[in-house]
Design a protein around this ligand. Sequence first.
Ligand code: PMP
Length: 354
Amino acid sequence: MSRFLSPRFATLEAYTPGEQPRDQQYIKLNTNESPYPPSPEVFWRLNTDEIKRLNLYPDPEGKVLKEKLAKLYGVGKENIFLSNGSDDILNFAFMAFCDSERGAVFPEISYGFYPVYADLYHVPHAKIPLKEDFSIDYQDYCNTNKMVVIANPNAPTGMEIGLFEIEEILKSNPNHLVLIDEAYVDFGGTSAVGLVEKYPNLLVSMTYSKSRSMAGARLGFAIASTEIIGDLEKIKFSTNPYNINRLTLVAGEAAVDSDAYYKENAKKIIATREKTVKALKDLGFIVLDSKANFIFAKNPKISGGDFYAGLKKKGVLVRHFEKEKIRDFVRITIGTEEQMKVLLQKTREVLADR
Ligand code: PMP
């Protein structure tokens, strides 16, 4: 730490991203990326004249992409906010809607960035424990008098809560924002986007990083009332108006135009997930009920840390959280059928090595 850092960041603990190894080729099942490439349309469009226009700033409004997304989700373009990955939306939401008086609540076991943003902006926050079975008890989020943030499906559990529960949360917190983080919704979850018209306190965030195979391009979007979107635009235009580069905007448009390709990939991933869950259960694993492109699993015969390390030695990278209540588990991203076959083979070997 330099002597120039503001004391208000002195104790801030930054988010730790999943490993992105450069040293060796792994079967990479640790950061919930899609195993499939972007659609052919994305390749074609990136190969066109857009590259020659990189000398020019991108459209800070992202008008064309907003129009396409609005049509796809059945909302107005003024209900869409575009961002540099959906982390940007979370960042802006904590910045815009919270402060030392306006607190936040989120599940104790959830996306690790929520408490980091809360600390960054000195937002008092409560981490609400999950139930014994790792599900979210929606009643814990009713009448909170704070901003509510829920990943649905949740990470790293993969479990979802229903729209009835979300509506109860929305109804009981009319004066506070309810942010539903739908990063993983396309793998069998239920989206709350249909509730945006009815609830002016709802903000739904989504990403291109998972079902749309574009984690490397950094693109996210949010859907909410025009007023909430206006607030987010104010923050964006007060920090970095050009937060989405030209190539990413074009790739994002092409991805909407080839939506069927991504829906097909999501179906494949769901089918692979179900097969993998069954195979792991046959090997004695306990696997939580996932609606995401990852599963959260543990085996009474091996600790989460040893299983993670054993797989890594054999060239398969999964994610382990050294955290109370979940340290027995590992989170495994669903890859291709072939990758999951290798995962299962290496899992058998790790268990046999013991
Ligand atoms: N929300 C959740 C629940 C996530 O797990 C992640 C990333 N892993 C994100 C948001 C952010 O993803 P991105 O910034 O790539 O859109």
